[in-house]
Write a protein that binds this ligand. Structure first.
Ligand code: NAP
Length: 237
């Protein structure tokens, strides 16, 4: 397929490398550039640009977007159109390309667009599944898993720095990665630590130490997560 990728950002530039490796030709289209003749348009601009780009789409050419928080009809009235949202993080080719083998891809849309989405997802090694009816809820789940785990690691490194230890990210990474592996392997048994042991005294000491170190915002975050950890432990008992 000849695929015009509109939006040469993190996702667009990654796909511009991954799609040719999967047997497709790519034409990367930047802001203000004309959309060339193609079999499919895949829009990878920020969500706020979707409506404007949709107005410039060549009539009748199938078009997809990748804004997970938006529905399949985000490009309406252009038809056929749809959604192809990889459940993966693309930081940009400069930082690295993710492996897409076995990665879920939410797809939806008018039948010809959905068929293109299904084919591209499969050619890239992904496993297509029907996009949920509540896109914002679906995307919130993706953001929590994909975006907030790195935030937690960064916050943990900041706390370690307050304890006088530098290079916290590298030191904490093996612990974080092993916990994540365990959570995938055995979600009901993976949790260790004070919350899993019901050790409220230790959790209280964490809170006091964080506040004494002027890290109240981390303390609030840790409290909220400890509460969820206690609930998870009760559910697993
Ligand atoms: N990155 C990911 O991990 C990921 C994963 C799944 C889905 N997505 C989805 O993919 C979309 C893009 O995300 P991203 O992270 O790649 O964003 P990004 O890095 O900000 O890239 C967006 C690109 O679109 C360009 N652009 C903006 N308006 C345009 C227009 N009217 N015509 C042509 N190009 C235009 C931007 O150029 P300027 O710099 O000139 O503004 C930029 O190069 C979003 O809908 C996002 O939800 C991203």
């Amino acid at each position: 397929m000849d695929v015009a990728l509109i939006g040469p950002g993190r996702l667009g530039r990654s796909l511009a490398i991954l799609l040719p490796a999967a047997g497709h030709r790519v034409l990367l289209v930047g802001r203000g550039e004309a959309i060339p003749a193609c079999d499919l348009v895949w829009i990878t601009t920020p969500d706020r640009a979707l409506e404007a780009v949709a107005r410039q789409l060549p009539p009748g050419v199938p078009a997809l977007h990748s804004a997970g928080s938006r529905g399949a009809d985000a490009l309406a009235p252009h038809a056929p159109s749809g959604l192809l949202h990889p459940l993966m993080t693309f930081p940009g080719p400069e930082l690295g390309l993710p492996s897409l083998a076995g990665v879920g891809a939410a797809i939806a849309g008018d039948p010809p667009a959905e068929a293109c989405a299904r084919q591209l997802a499969g050619d890239l090694g992904m496993v297509p599944f029907p996009a949920p009816r509540e896109p914002a809820l679906y995307h919130a789940a993706a953001a929590i898993a994909g975006n907030y785990i790195p935030v937690l690691l960064a916050e943990a490194a900041r706390v370690l720095a307050a304890a006088g230890v530098s290079n916290g990210t590298a030191l904490l990474a093996p612990l974080a990665i092993e916990s994540l592996h365990n959570a995938v392997r055995a979600p009901d048994r993976a949790l260790t630590g004070p919350a899993a042991r019901g050790d409220l005294d230790t959790l209280a000491r964490h809170r006091e130490a964080l506040r004494a170190a002027d890290l109240s915002e981390v303390s609030l975050l840790a409290d909220a997560l400890a509460e969820r950890a206690l609930a998870l432990t009760k559910r697993s008992l």
